[in-house]
Design a protein around this ligand. Structure first.
Ligand code: ADP
Ligand code: DP6
Ligand code: CO
Length: 323
């Protein structure tokens, strides 16, 4: 039996598209910030007495359909470790599930850590990152804390994350505006597949990401939060253009998402630097220098209410316990 805790991460340069659906090999590199406030804790126990895998998330037992991704992942761990028993998986999300706040990132990183340890494997962080990737692409990056890069690689062996700056030595902070924490209608998996298959703009996306990766790494080296924020905001808007331009077109934005984007722009016009990024869901994350937190927090409180705001510092990498 083993337990792992992994934090979510929010991409500043997004992963949006796979070149291999089964191995989850991405079309592009990506880069993210791991967050302290949002995480998943998962316990795995292989038990000879069980006649099927049993998956409980937030105290609710999942049915066969809803536990499919987790059961496939456990099959992979069994195949690699030689463990033959079914498992009991108990997971708690300290993050809204399937709402565009990267629950799949913390979930599959934690599951990779707990399941591999419970099966007696002792993987280094690179192999954990590769294993987590098989559950959800964004989970590849949640093995590490701070600023993390996922190089797309060429195959299963070479596609994994690397920490760029695990202990973030400058004042970057992220504030999540919880606009809607219900389960989204279009999963990240389906949304990105539709974008790759049908958006005529997808062909320029790899060039955009290649350019943004170089620029953001320079900005990180320079501790330049404004440059990081600008790159992240533009990159996010270009990712969302791939959903709008799909056929049929769709969007993860709702009217409050637009309201939050405009609030950030208005703050900027008034001289308070901050930037937004948005994942596959309506919730908006604001990037800024923590020394600007107060006016940003006050302005957003007026529009959205304190109970919808979560301020987060950079978070740490995965922790695994053998219970
Ligand atoms: P998100 O924006 O939250 O990452 P995704 O569509 O990428 O949304 O992934 C959501 C899916 O991740 C869920 O439907 C579920 O299959 C899986 N998931 C979320 N939390 C957990 C968990 N704690 N354990 C196992 N799987 C999870
Ligand atoms: C917009 O990692 O959730 O958050 O690999 O199919 O599980 P699957 O998708 P997922 O997609 C994340 C998309 C994103 C951008 C990012 O995290 O890089
Ligand atoms: Co996800």
């Amino acid at each position: 039996m083993a337990t792992a805790r992994a934090h979510t991460n929010i991409a500043l340069v997004k992963y949006w598209g796979k070149r291999d659906q089964k191995l989850i090999l991405p079309e592009t590199d990506s880069l993210s910030l791991t967050l302290d406030e949002f995480y998943t804790t998962t316990t795995v126990e292989f038990d000879e007495q069980l006649t099927a895998d049993q998956v409980t998330i937030n105290d609710r037992l999942l049915d066969k359909k809803n536990s499919q991704k987790v059961r496939n992942f456990l099959d992979l761990v069994r195949q690699r470790s030689g463990e033959s028993a079914y498992a009991r998986v108990t997971s708690h999300n300290h993050v809204p599930t399937a709402a565009g706040l990267a629950s799949s990132a913390s979930a599959f990183a934690a599951l990779a850590g707990a399941a591999s340890a419970a099966a007696g494997m002792s993987l280094d962080r690179r192999d954990l990152s590769r294993l987590a990737r098989r559950g959800s692409g964004s989970a590849t990056r949640s093995i590490y804390g701070g600023l993390v890069e996922w190089r797309k690689g060429d195959d299963d062996l070479t596609s994994y994350a690397n920490p760029i700056m695990e202990d973030v030595s400058f004042n970057i902070e992220m504030l999540a505006i919880l606009i809607d924490t219900k389960k989204k209608k279009v999963s990240s998996r389906y949304g990105m597949r539709q974008s790759v298959a049908t958006s005529p703009y997808y062909k320029v996306w790899p060039e955009i990401v290649a350019h943004d990766m170089v620029a953001i790494k320079q900005a990180i080296l320079a501790h330049d939060i404004d440059a990081i924020g600008q790159i992240a905001e533009t990159n996010a808007l270009r990712m969302h253009a791939l959903t709008l331009s799909a056929d049929p077109g769709f969007t993860y934005f709702n009217s409050d998402t637009l309201r939050a984007m405009n609030a950030v722009r208005t703050l900027r016009e008034s001289g308070i630097n901050c930037y937004f990024t948005i994942d596959a869901g309506p919730n908006v994350k604001v990037i800024y220098d923590q020394r600007n937190r107060q006016p940003i927090y006050d302005a957003l409180t007026k529009q959205f209410g304190k109970e919808r705001l979560v301020v987060s510092k950079p978070g740490s990498g995965i922790k695994i316990w053998n219970d």
